[in-house]
Design a protein. Structure first.
Length: 249
């Protein structure tokens, strides 16, 4: 059986707002994801997906509950968590004056990799993501799809077992999005655990081995596509989603 690499138990995150008081962004979320699996976190904008992922990436601390990445607790052992995952947010920036190559090397050094390992990994990533054409071009001169490939490369240069991807195809054209989808499938086939946040129904249905639906901070359903279809008496994911969040399908 595939190893549990991401686990949350009762994960909760509250924020205080002067006008609205306490805002419950994530409420008692419990799920697990495994090696060799793409787990989709599906929900509308503002559902709590990004907050949950930022807790897993140790950017935010939970108000309550626990979470582990590759067995490491996100609060008690954040350094080990960061070494075990690659986190790609939907607003990841690049240094425009650095080339794609320099950008990846820079992050390899931040992860404590030696020069030989960085160069070997750089070649692997160049082949995997087809970057040879623009590897020596400044990031500020790259297209959106090329920038996303560099962002992914810097995220996974240390070859972590867990990838957290927050809406990685948002804003990309069809061809660029297709390349990223291909990469995600390859990562899964290599035995990595991929936690994919998206609000695109078709993307979730095509890619994900299991799906968790989150709405207003609450995980309303978790299962494979077929399990969700059976539970909600549906034959498409959009219908499942609408019923899971309590709207008329």
């Amino acid at each position: 059986m595939n190893k549990v690499l991401v686990q949350t138990i009762g994960l909760t995150k509250n924020f205080k707002d002067r006008k609205r008081g306490v805002i419950e962004a994530v409420k008692d979320v419990t799920f697990e994801a495994h090696s060799g699996e793409i787990f989709g976190l599906l929900g509308p904008n503002g559902a709590g997906k990004t907050t949950a992922l930022r807790i897993l990436a140790t950017i935010l601390k939970p108000t309550a509950g626990t979470a582990t990445i590759a067995g490491y607790d996100v609060v008690r052992d954040p350094d080990s968590v960061r070494r075990s995952l690659g986190f790609l947010s939907n607003d990841t920036g690049l240094y425009g004056r650095l080339s794609a190559r320099e950008m990846i090397i820079y992050f390899g050094k931040l992860y404590g990799m030696d020069s030989d390992r960085i160069e070997a990994r750089l070649k692997e990533l160049c082949d995997l993501l087809d970057m040879s054409e623009f590897l020596n071009r400044r990031c500020g001169k790259l297209s959106s799809g090329q920038k996303q490939k560099v962002s992914i490369s810097r995220t996974i240069v240390h070859d972590p077992p867990v990838l957290i991807l927050d809406e990685p195809t948002t804003g990309l054209d069809v061809l660029a999005a297709r390349n990223i989808v291909s990469f995600i499938r390859t990562a899964r086939d290599q035995g990595k655990c991929v936690l994919l946040s998206t609000h695109i129904m078709g993307e979730a249905e095509r890619l994900c081995d299991r799906i968790g639906i989150i709405h207003n901070g609450v995980m309303t359903a978790v299962g494979t596509r077929d399990e969700l279809f059976d539970r909600f008496n549906a034959d498409e994911l959009e219908t499942v989603f609408l019923r899971a969040v309590g709207e008329a399908a």
